[in-house]
Design a protein around this ligand. Sequence first.
Ligand code: PCA
Length: 213
Amino acid sequence: MKALVTGFDPFGGDKVNPSSLAVSRLSKKIGKVAVATAVLPTSYARSAGVLREAIDKAKPDIVLCVGQAGGRPELCLERVGINVQDARIPDNDRKQPIDVPVRADGPAAYFSNLPIKACVAEMRKAGLPAVVSNTAGTFVCNHILYALMDIIETHPRRMRGGFLHIPYVPEQAARLGGAPSMAVDDIARGIEIIVATSAARTTDIHTAEGRIS
Ligand code: PCA
C-alpha cells in the first residue's frame, strides 16, 4: 500500500510552514505503507495541479494533505471541504478570491473518506490532542481538500483522502505570544498514526465527535 502526504509552503509573510516541516520528517515506511511526500504552493491557482502531478507520480492508495491552522490548539482532522473560496488574506500569488467556487459545476461539498474518528481516537491514545473538525475554513487548505476529493471522485483508481490542520510550532508561537503550539515531532507522529490507521481499516468507528460550534 502507498500513501502520499503533502505539506504547504509558508504563506502570509511567515518564514516556515509547520506542515512541510512535519512532512519532511516522516519515515519512508509507516508499517507496510510506502510514503511519498510533496510540498504544495499556497496558491488557489496552482496547488491542485501540483497535487494531481504528485498523485500521478506516486499512485497512492491514501492521500493526506496537511496545512497550518495557526491558533488551533489540536490536530484537526477535517470532515468536509466546501465548494467556496473566500480569502481573508492574499495567497502566494497575491490572489484573494471572494465567494468564488472551487469548481463552478461541482457539488456543494465533499466529505473526506478516511476513517477520521478512528484516526482521532488513535492519536488520543498515543497522547496527542486531536479532534474531528467540521470546517477547514475557506482559504487554500479547504480548496485543496475539495480539489483532492474531486480528483478522487473522478479518478479511475480507488483512493481515499483527507486533510489535517495543525497548530503552530513553538518557534512560531514564541514570536506570536499566547498562541498554542505543538512540537513538529508530535505533529509528524500524528500524521503517521493517521496513515497507519487509514491503511489498517476502511470503515470508521461509530463514536460521537459532534460539536455545537
Ligand atoms: N494553511 C492555509 C493554507 C496553507 C496552510 O498551510 C489554510 O489553512 O488554508
